[in-house]
Design a protein around this ligand. Structure first.
Ligand SMILES: O=C(CO)[C@@H](O)[C@H](O)COP(=O)(O)O
Length: 220
């Protein structure tokens, strides 16, 4: 699968979200971080903003739910038009049902793991998902330093996914920039979330192109 870049609007100007979405027409996805002050110590945005963004951009929305009760809310993000909805393994109490409900609404279903959460216990869930999101920082805030300790897990995740037919995308999120994206790509990631590295750049379009080129080069 070709490299995909998903700029995180957490690093964008929340007062100008439609313009910020339009600022990266070369992005494959727009990553939308939903936080609820419970699963993570930060609060961002919810369904009404996702519904508004859906109307404001044709770029598919990649909704990452960092919320305490994804079983209750995730299907509604899919219904609101998100192209992909990712729930955290640490928060979901009924992940099989929730992942199936996301797919039933026509969205891709993702499972996210915090840096210290191992991937192996979730092997049986792989048939239920379209994407595995490996956090490369502790979730909650943009602008954090990339955690190298996640690299071996990216390799193990790639192996597991390959054993299951290679259909599932491996996404990395947190501290991804021109200096770290190559290592993630070499380890087996194929979808890259980048907040500060895109929206903190003077030219976000060029930043997306550079990240894509660096990841593509690293895959060889
Ligand atoms: O989910 C999160 C943070 O919890 C991320 O999506 C961040 O928004 C990535 O930001 P950068 O580390 O790229 O600045």
């Amino acid at each position: 699968m070709a490299v995909q870049i998903s700029p995180s609007i957490l690093a964008a100007d929340f007062a100008r979200l439609a313009d910020e979405a339009a600022a990266v027409p070369n992005a494959d996805w727009l990553h939308v971080d939903v936080m609820d002050y419970h699963f993570v110590p930060n609060l961002t945005l919810g369904l009404p903003v996702v519904e508004a963004l859906r109307k404001a951009t044709s770029t598919p929305l990649d909704c990452h739910l960092m919320i305490a009760d994804p079983d209750r809310w995730a299907p509604q993000y899919a219904e609101a038009g998100a192209g992909s909805v990712t729930i955290h393994a640490e928060a979901a109490k009924a992940p099989v049902r929730t992942l199936r409900e996301i797919r039933a609404q026509g969205a891709r279903a993702g499972l996210a793991l915090n840096p210290a959460t191992p991937v192996e216990p979730y092997e049986d869930l792989l048939p239920e998902i379209d994407m595995l999101l490996l956090m490369t920082v502790e979730p909650g805030f943009g602008g954090q330093k990339f955690l190298d300790l996640v690299l071996p897990k990216i390799r193990r995740a790639r192996e597991l996914v390959s054993r299951h037919g290679g259909r599932i995308w491996v996404q990395v999120d947190g501290g991804v920039d021109a200096g770290t994206i190559g290592r993630c790509a070499e380890a087996g990631a194929d979808v890259f979330v980048a907040g500060s590295a895109v929206y903190g750049a003077s030219d976000p379009v060029a930043a997306v192109d550079e990240l894509r080129a660096a990841a593509t080069r690293a895959r060889g």
